[in-house]
Design a protein around this ligand. Structure first.
Ligand code: 4AD
Ligand code: MG
Length: 462
């Protein structure tokens, strides 16, 4: 007989029929004559209750069915006598796939800390919380592809190994097959990459944007959705060394179009979660963050505030707050400033635009004031920056002047500059940090808990 997933079984509830379910034992209770097993197969947060008439089963089999064990149950689906579930299975046969050592199984007790869960990331999927988080993560990935596909965007796969540093921040992981014990050097002492695998210096990408722009300036609207890597030594609840980013890039979009798309896009994702992940969200709302669902609805219903960086600095200066990091025109905003704007001053998501050019990347479109660029950062409650983007500099002369001013490796960017030589066009794009989105949608508080196997400084287990 074919196995039915528990999600399907609870939805269709074919009472009176024989069914097969397979899953992992969450709890077992009962007495000498009757045993109740709560079984979960990961398809839903809900367990199915298996009722076992102990007299009809081998005593040693029942003894081996402990928390964490994996079993297959064949039996009749009936309306439940007890409270807490509508239907349950009267076990006919039970096959034990895998015993679990009751003594050493790490998920016995309730109320483990998140820190402990990270140490057992290979098993944490089996908890209600992480099951909910990773089902929601899947749903969000699917919704991202659906959103862009429905809008006529093309999914473009940009390289993971690259020779360029898109953000110009230099926080890259090198990619090499050289023997680290004897690295060949040039006469001037610099590393000789001639005989390295690619015959040149390469690294893991920090962003697919530059290659994404090449696609947009031909295909029109594209998006990337892939892993990105940053070797910044930021040990915060918002930073990963390996994270996933969604980067749409659109020909003929100005900054206003870019902001409109960003706002529509995240609102679409939030409403998709509310419509399709309700049980998991209800669980997280009860157990992790009581304000979660209200906050999701609040963001959906309200327009994002749109102000310039300069206006933001004025608000922060006038606030009279004591900041840990100084506020002043030209300085980058820190998390405390972003959170004040979003959580206290405006009390809703904020899009900041037109940042000083000195604190933003070389590719951003320069404003006529010669001081600011057409950047936009979307700031979210509890998260801070969730999206960073801009209109791009499409003017060849201005772009090359900026590249020289910032001492970027001009000759490595010949292909990027070519697009400004041959049929350049106004265009814009942004990057959404996937894990920061998942933090917001799940109400989890540490980014290490919304990616299956986090990579952070001094941590690459699993
Ligand atoms: O602001 P960022 O650095 O922008 C870019 O990379 C542009 N190339 C995007 C573009 O215009 N196509 O990064 C974009 C977003 C941030 O807003 C944040 O959500 C996320 O990526 N992010 C990180 N998430 C987790 N860990 C990190 N270390 C992150 N760095 C950035
Ligand atoms: Mg940014």
């Amino acid at each position: 007989m074919k196995r039915t997933k528990i999600k399907e079984l609870l939805k269709t509830a074919p009472v009176g029929t024989e069914v097969v379910v397979k899953g992992w034992v969450r709890t077992k209770r009962g007495n000498k004559s009757i045993v109740f097993i709560a079984l979960n197969d990961g398809s839903t947060i809900n367990n199915i209750q298996v009722v076992v008439d102990a007299a009809s089963f081998d005593e040693s089999l029942l003894k081996d069915i402990t928390t964490g064990a994996c079993i297959a149950v064949t039996g009749n689906l009936v309306e439940s006598q007890g409270q807490g579930q509508n239907v349950e299975i009267n076990a006919g046969t039970i096959e034990l796939y895998g015993k679990s050592d009751a003594e050493t199984y790490p998920l016995q007790k309730k109320g483990h800390s998140m820190e402990f869960m990270r140490e057992i990331a290979h098993l944490r999927f089996r908890t209600n919380t992480f099951g909910a988080v990773f089902r929601i993560r899947h749903a969000m990935a699917f919704a991202i592809h659906k959103y862009f596909n429905d809008k006529g965007f093309f999914y473009l796969h940009t390289p993971i190994i690259t020779g360029s540093d898109a953000e110009g921040a230099g926080e890259m992981f090198h990619v090499t097959t050289m023997d680290l014990k004897s690295i060949p050097k040039n006469e001037d002492g610099s590393v000789d990459y001639k005989n390295d695998f690619f015959g040149r210096e390469t690294n893991l990408t920090v962003s697919g944007q530059l290659e994404g722009e090449l696609g947009a300036l031909s295909l029109g609207d594209i998006y990337t959705f892939g892993p990105t890597f940053r070797a910044e030594n930021s040990n915060t609840p918002r930073h990963l060394a390996e994270f996933w980013m969604i980067e749409p890039e659109m020909a003929f979009y100005d900054l206003k179009d870019n902001m409109d798309l960003a706002e529509e896009f995240v609102k679409y994702l939030i409403s998709y979660a509310l419509e399709n992940c309700r049980e998991d969200l209800d669980f997280l709302n009860n157990m992790i963050d009581k304000g979660l669902i209200d906050r999701l609805n609040f963001v959906l219903k309200n327009d994002f505030v749109r102000i310039s960086y300069t206006e933001a600095v004025e608000i922060l200066t006038a606030s009279g707050k004591k900041w840990e990091f100084q506020v002043g025109w030209g300085r980058d905003l820190q998390a405390e400033h972003e959170r004040y704007l979003v959580e206290e001053h405006f009390n809703r998501p904020v899009i900041l635009t037109d940042y000083p050019k000195a604190i933003k990347a070389f590719y951003m479109k320069q404003n006529d004031d010669n001081n600011t660029v057409r950047a936009m950062d979307v700031l979210f409650p509890g998260i801070g920056e969730i999206i960073g983007g801009s209109q791009r500099e499409e003017n060849y002369d201005k772009l090359i002047a900026r590249i020289r001013e910032m001492k970027m490796p001009e000759k490595d960017l010949w292909w990027y500059l070519d697009t400004r030589k041959f049929g350049t066009a106004p265009h814009s794009g942004f990057g959404l940090g996937f894990e920061r989105l998942i933090l917001f949608v799940t109400g989890m508080s540490n980014i290490r808990d919304v990616i299956p196997f986090p990579r952070t400084p001094k941590n690459a287990e699993f």
